[in-house]
Design a protein around this ligand. Structure first.
Ligand SMILES: O=C(O)[C@@H](CO)OP(=O)(O)O
Length: 258
């Protein structure tokens, strides 16, 4: 029996999704299409009667703007929005800024798929002299330098996302708050892997589309209750046109081709 319901949204298409570049912690804006996708996410939630008391997002503008646009459509811009770097995208290390398909041409599809989707193997680490080093970014001024990643695998991304879920978000759900989490492809993969207890092998095939609300019903122990529209391996379901959503999932997978 479902006791709680939460909504997860990956940000709308970003400018570096358009340019097909590895993005990670680089702070790029939404594309024009991404702005539209995030308004559409709010519209479809409104049409289906969803309401929220609290939003959680990352400190990256593509997620923050998606959150704003979604809440604007729901006429909920007044609710508290908590931002945390713990919900940031997985740090893509030295791949940040590189074109994904050029990287396939240089290193081969097998290596790139290991970097993109393997569970525990991180991309090569960033150098602290890099323009992308988070230690020079005022967003992270309060974060101890040794906690700031120079690269992350999905496994190490989980080490920040899941404690944030358990320590911050779960208590607020238990207080009775209806929550929405607006985050990123890989930080949400980390979260749903935890919720749905997805195996390390199976998670490599999971891609989350931009700007589509993903609804989870959870029982009293925060174990997901499978929905009839769920697309395996998820128990949650995407809200919207299911054929279009499947095509968008395939589009994320196709960002790197052999
Ligand atoms: O570049 C990134 O940060 C992510 C999300 O856009 O890409 P991928 O889907 O390749 O992990």
């Amino acid at each position: 029996m479902a006791k709680y319901q939460i909504v997860l949204i990956r940000h709308g298409e970003s400018q570096w999704n358009v340019d097909n570049k590895f993005t990670g912690w680089h702070d790029v804006p939404l594309s024009t299409k991404g702005e539209q996708e995030s308004h559409d996410a709010g519209k479809v939630l409104k049409a289906n009667g969803y309401k929220f008391d609290q939003a959680y997002t990352s400190v990256l503008k593509r997620a923050i703007k998606t959150c704003w646009n979604t809440l604007e459509e729901l006429d909920l811009m007044w609710i508290p929005v908590t931002r945390s770097w713990k919900l940031n995208e997985r740090h893509y290390g030295a791949l940040q800024g590189l074109n994904k398909q050029d990287t396939v041409a240089k290193y081969g599809i097998d290596q790139v798929m290991v970097w993109r989707r393997s569970y525990a193997i991180p991309p090569p680490a960033l150098d602290e002299s890099s323009e992308y080093y988070p230690g020079n970014d005022p967003k992270y001024a309060d974060v101890p330098k040794d906690e700031l990643p120079l690269t992350e695998s999905l496994a190490t991304t989980k080490l920040r996302v899941v404690p944030y879920w358990n320590d911050v978000i779960v208590p607020s759900i238990k207080e009775g708050k209806k929550i929405v989490i607006v985050a990123h492809g890989n930080s949400l993969r980390a979260l749903v892997q935890h919720l749905d207890n997805i195996s390390e092998d199976t998670i490599t095939g999971l891609n989350i589309p931009t700007g589509v609300p993903l609804v989870y019903d959870l029982d009293e122990n925060f174990v997901p209750v499978a929905h009839e529209l769920a697309i395996a391996p998820l128990s949650g379901h995407y809200v919207g046109n299911q054929d279009e959503i499947r095509a968008r999932i395939a589009g994320v997978a196709a960002q790197t081709k052999a």
